[in-house]
Design a protein around this ligand. Structure first.
Ligand SMILES: [Cu+2]
Length: 142
């Protein structure tokens, strides 16, 4: 008989306890300064990474494809300091050989590349040492 009286009493005590708890928590939350979050925003500055593409600077790479027993494009004009990169897309090996003996790539196998920096102004004719009918020209300007 006594328990029926006790239950509503304990419920009332519990609700009072909860209310007093949340009541006390509310002022504490408003006291803690939320604003420190904005200091985290400098993160976007990290995205400056895209400036890592120094291609326009002077270390540009110009590609020449070797395909169907031909250099493509056969003639290119580049700024001094440019790297020219030949890629052999034929199943046969080719070479990139200077007509005047300035350089010789040796055999460039299928899928392989040969790169050379042109740091002198001038016109440089080259050919394939294996197939002399394959000819190309690199024109280097200042
Ligand atoms: Cu060849």
């Amino acid at each position: 008989m006594n328990t029926t009286r006790f239950v509503p009493l304990s419920l009332a005590a519990l609700t009072f306890f909860l209310v007093s708890c949340t009541g006390a928590a509310a002022p504490a939350a408003t006291a803690t300064p939320m604003p420190p979050m904005p200091s985290n925003t400098p993160m976007p500055d990290m995205t400056v990474a895209p400036t890592n593409t120094p291609v326009p600077g002077g270390s540009a790479i110009v590609d020449v494809t070797i395909k169907n027993f031909a250099f493509n494009p056969p003639s290119i004009t580049v700024k001094v300091g440019t790297t020219v990169r030949w890629t052999n897309q034929d199943s046969a090996s080719h070479s990139v050989t200077s007509d005047t003996g300035l350089w010789d790539s040796g055999n460039v196998a299928q899928g392989a590349t040969y790169s050379r920096v042109f740091d002198t102004v001038g016109t440089f004719a080259y050919h394939c040492g294996i197939h002399p009918s394959m000819k190309g020209t690199v024109i280097v300007t200042s």
